[in-house]
Write a protein that binds this ligand. Structure first.
Ligand code: FAD
Length: 400
């Protein structure tokens, strides 16, 4: 027999609650608030001292909290349909309405990306308020020791503060990226413990590194405002940046989520520009370097051209075609990525085949839920990952 709920100040050895949410990040707070509003007794546990570090550092401190154009195609998953139900049940407009309710405003930066005008801290404060108002019992700075199935049903959660017996357990402990701010693989371990399959994990939305023989490192610091990066299957037209270690910037981060080791990346340095726009025949007396430098940083134009410094009119059609091909198809095979220390998210995670898309509950373990980044649903750069956290958290909150 389990004991009655004794509230946050209880001292009995095994405390009783309806729901334990592990991880007070984006998905965990949304889930806890929703479940509390549904009248469930909820305990929200996190090992961090400081609340929601990933929200704090997101979007350069302004939290790109969602995207106007959220749609399933902007997510990677072994099952491309899995995220549809949650995204429909709690949309970007629902989160925008929540922001409005709390007096927060936003600015659309580019490609539908919405940033909070009051900054990331305001988004955290808003979520904390929602969790508080829902009567949730907070347990920050609390180490998770062990989780096990209770013989009478539900789960036992042993922590450094107390032990809890709950009917529903929600794993919202995020992915492996940025261990510096408290990311751990506990969610993946819990999935394994309860027999749920995993999709192999890799860093995603991450800078790519060069092979040592690629000498592009000399061009570190050069930014291309317009570029298109492609893996062959998918292409992203955004800015990119050359760094000492390789390439970064939005176009590269996006394409990194689709990259597999050994695969080439193709960069179009002048996407959408017609040959005549780059090398106008009316200016055939000008050197190709000067013409190219009108579209690319001069250092990069020089690197692309090498020794070539003739006027346009002296290039044969074949030479011009080769040059244009080089500009539109700079191909390289990255040596790897900068890993979880620099990745915005983790790709892979708990296999969605083991979860209900309508509730986020494990099909074969009643009462066990996985939400947010620990699940094999990875969004594009641009607010899509937070939207997945809000949507999956909300849906689980309704069903715990
Ligand atoms: C630098 C950076 C910038 C980003 N910017 C954006 C952005 O602007 N827009 C966007 O959509 N996405 C952004 N993301 C991605 C986004 O932050 C994540 O996808 C999102 O936070 C995932 O939510 P989550 O709740 O699943 O996990 P998290 O928010 O990571 O929360 C997981 C929680 O679990 C806790 N936890 C982990 N292990 C344990 C344990 N063993 N015991 C107890 N608690 C534990 C952690 O302390 C944490 O509080 C960014 C990520 C990074 C790293």
């Amino acid at each position: 027999m389990t004991q009655p709920f004794v509230g946050c100040c209880g001292v009995s050895k095994m405390l009783e609650t309806d729901v334990v949410v592990l991880g007070a990040g984006a998905a965990g707070m949304m889930c806890a608030a929703t479940a509390g509003q549904m009248g469930r007794r909820v305990v929200l546990i996190d090992h961090a001292e400081k609340l929601a570090e990933k929200i704090r550092i997101s979007g350069g401190g302004r939290c790109n909290f969602t995207n106007l154009y959220v749609r399933p195609e902007c997510y990677l998953s072994a099952n491309p349909h899995f995220m549809k139900s949650a995204l429909k049940q709690y949309t970007q407009h629902d989160f925008m309405a929540l922001m409005q309710k709390h007096g927060l405003s936003w600015t659309e930066k580019t490609l539908g990306q919405l940033f909070c005008d009051q900054g990331s801290e305001a988004v955290i404060a808003m979520l904390k308020q929602e969790v508080d108002d829902a009567g949730v019992c907070w347990r920050m700075a609390t180490q998770l020791f062990e989780v096990e199935a209770h013989p009478d049903g539900g789960f036992i959660v042993r922590t450094s503060k107390e032990n809890w017996h709950c009917q529903s357990l929600v794993v919202a402990t995020g992915g492996l990226s940025i261990p510096q701010v408290g990311a751990t693989g506990i969610g993946l371990e819990l999935a394994k413990q309860f027999g749920l399959p995993l999709i192999p994990t890799t860093p995603a939305l991450v800078p790519l590194t060069f092979q040592p023989q690629d000498l592009w490192g000399e061009l570190a610091g050069i930014a291309l405002e317009h570029s298109a990066a492609s893996t062959g299957d998918i292409s992203f037209r955004e800015a990119m940046l050359l760094t000492h270690k390789g390439v970064s910037g939005p176009a590269i981060l996006q394409v990194s989520s689709y990259w597999e080791p050994g695969k080439a990346i193709v960069i179009d340095m002048l996407p959408g520009l017609a040959d005549e726009d780059i090398f106008p025949q009316a200016q055939r007396d000008k050197s190709v370097l000067n013409l190219l430098a009108e579209h690319l940083p001069r250092r990069l134009a020089q690197a692309v051209l090498g020794e070539e410094s003739r006027p346009l009119k002296q290039l044969t059609p074949k030479e011009l075609a080769t040059l244009l091909h080089r500009l539109h198809h700079w191909e390289f095979i990255p040596s790897g990525t900068q890993g979880y220390r620099k990745a915005e998210v983790m790709r892979g995670g708990v296999d969605t085949a083991a979860l209900s898309s309508k509730t986020m509950m494990a099909r074969d373990v009643p009462g066990l839920f996985f939400i947010g980044e620990v699940v094999d649903v990875t969004g594009w750069l641009g607010g899509y990952n937070f939207q997945w956290a809000w949507s999956s958290g909300y849906v689980a909150g309704l069903h715990v």
